[in-house]
Design a protein around this ligand. Structure first.
Ligand code: ADP
Length: 267
């Protein structure tokens, strides 16, 4: 708060040190609370698929002489174990990103390649719903960052666009840039996000009305991964959405430009 800021500036050195220490402790405690919360949530979220798989295994065991039931139960086991492995994968990604520390060794990352991998990752789901994923905009852009993280972020946005669209829809992935930043936008014509929920979708494990789209088997972690990737890169992620009409997510990341930026900078 501004008032506190002024106090800190006029306070004598000793008081300033105390204030800094208190702020440090407060931050430490907050980080610790977030971490504890996360571990509790993860344990809770892991128990659901593990419990389901266990029950289904018992059901398969008991239904040994009913081939149709065996098939039904084992299909559901497959779905649950896919969800479980997605969850574990995302928890690992997220725990690596927790601190929002700036990247220590950013390198140029080819965005065409990132988008290609992201689109390929969703290809099976998109094909199953006859969704065409179209790419466009400025080609050959590079961002300055971590390839794995940027790919995970874009892949999450594309996967969501496919998950939350109806059959036969189109998803557009487009790029543009100015001197400093690259924008990657993922546009869908899907179910959209209610205005009252939009502030919460980047929170861990938050899902808009899970019953509305239980079948997507989401984890509620995808967008928090995107948010942390944006933060570690010094970029951001924004969303525009109209319920029932579609959503646009735009990830902005620092640009790597091999050419001198402007005449002045070159001189
Ligand atoms: P999930 O694994 O549930 O998709 P995310 O963190 O990626 O988790 O997204 C959080 C929630 O935001 C989703 O459960 C969904 O309700 C909403 N959401 C995300 N992307 C979209 C989208 N493109 N269209 C509509 N709703 C979306």
């Amino acid at each position: 708060a501004p008032a506190r800021h002024v106090t800190a500036r006029v306070a004598p050195l000793g008081a300033r040190l105390v204030l800094a220490l208190v702020e440090d402790r407060t931050r430490e405690r907050r980080v610790e609370a977030v971490r504890r919360d996360f571990v509790a949530n993860v344990s809770h979220e892991l128990k659901t698929p593990v419990g389901a798989i266990r029950l289904l295994a018992e059901a398969v065991h008991d239904a040994a002489d009913d081939p149709e039931a065996v098939k039904r139960f084992s299909d559901r086991m497959l779905t649950e174990s896919d969800r479980l492995s997605r969850l574990v994968q995302q928890v690992i990604e997220l725990s690596r990103l927790q601190g929002d520390e700036p990247l220590d060794a950013p390198i140029p990352v080819d965005i065409d390649e990132v988008i290609k991998i992201a689109v390929d990752t969703s290809a099976i789901d998109a094909d199953a719903k006859r969704i065409s994923v179209v790419t466009g905009g400025t080609p050959h852009l590079e961002v300055f960052g971590n390839e794995e993280q940027v790919t995970a972020a874009v892949a999450n946005l594309v996967a969501n666009a496919v998950s939350y669209s109806d059959c036969d829809a189109t998803v557009l992935v487009s790029t543009k840039a100015d001197d400093d930043m690259v924008e990657i936008s993922v546009v869908d014509q899907g179910i959209g996000i209610p205005a009252g929920e939009i502030d919460r979708i980047f929170e861990r494990f938050y899902r808009v009305d899970p019953a509305r789209h239980r079948s997507t088997g989401g984890t509620g972690l995808g967008l928090s991964i995107v948010k942390h990737v944006a933060a570690t890169h010094g970029g951001d992620v924004r969303v525009w959405s109209v319920e029932g009409q579609g959503s646009t997510f735009t990830l902005t990341l620092p640009r790597h430009s091999s050419a001198p930026r402007t005449q002045e900078a070159g001189r």
